[in-house]
Write a protein that binds this ligand. Sequence first.
Ligand code: NDP
Ligand code: 8X3
Length: 251
Amino acid sequence: MNKTAVITGATSGFGLAAARRFAAAGWNLVLTGRREERLAQIKDELAQTSVLTLVLDVCDTEAVQAAFSGLAAPFNQVDVLINNAGLALGTEPAQACDLAQWHTMIDTNIKGLTTVTHALLPKLIETGRGASIINIGSIAANWPYPGGNVYCGTKAFVEQFSLSLRCDLAGTGVRVSCLAPGLSESEFTLVRTGGDQEAYDNLYKGAHAIQPDDIADTLLWLARLPAHLNINTLEIMPVSQSWSPFAVKRD
Ligand code: NDP
Ligand code: 8X3
């Protein structure tokens, strides 16, 4: 029987690449996102496998609970949950930020991710040994940078939640991993900058950034690991990205 992966945020970037990669490997897919048209296109494209698309805002708790409570065959045994839906908004220093943008990041990256997890935990535990939750964190969880403020905070939550979840799931056979990419080329930067194509071009120019397909390959590798192994956290950067010295503001 084919395995089933639930991927949130499958309309672009990592989620879309993962959907393609898992489909090619023969997985059934439950794909979510807010953009209905894109979900319809993806379903057509991935006709080689069983795909259920759900137009879903992860911030809508009732909709998430309703969508995942009634999964029918062949999607009713969930083997992998990839909590990928997320976003950053803004690059300004905290004191110049828009509170509504902060709340949207918290609602999506923290509340949305926890709502989806809560809704699917019973199914994952039912699957048991070999099931996986893979949460998409970020290097921003551990490496703060100017303008990262609330986004960095949300991803620190994702990492700590993933690790704590592992403790609670001990004995169920369900694995939990936090995959933390660095600089990656996707619509993420257009969303963050309100559609600033120049900022996008400048950020990625000459950087040989991580590509969504790189993350998709890593996700499939994680999902296929032998059932007795759990990768706790996995941080990935492009070779071009490394650390700078601490900033010191002098009088
Ligand atoms: P994209 O912008 O390409 O993809 C984001 C996905 O999340 C889209 O499919 C979008 O779908 C979905 N999404 C956003 N908000 C919601 C919502 N409220 N409800 C449902 N779906 C939502 O970015 P990436 O692929 O790069 O990002 C994916 C994840 O990776 C995010 O969690 C991001 O924080 C993280 N990440 C990104 C990095 C990068 O540099 N790109 C690096 C490290 C981590 P739709 O708009 O259709 O709802
Ligand atoms: C996205 C990577 O460095 O832009 O999570 O925060 S970064």
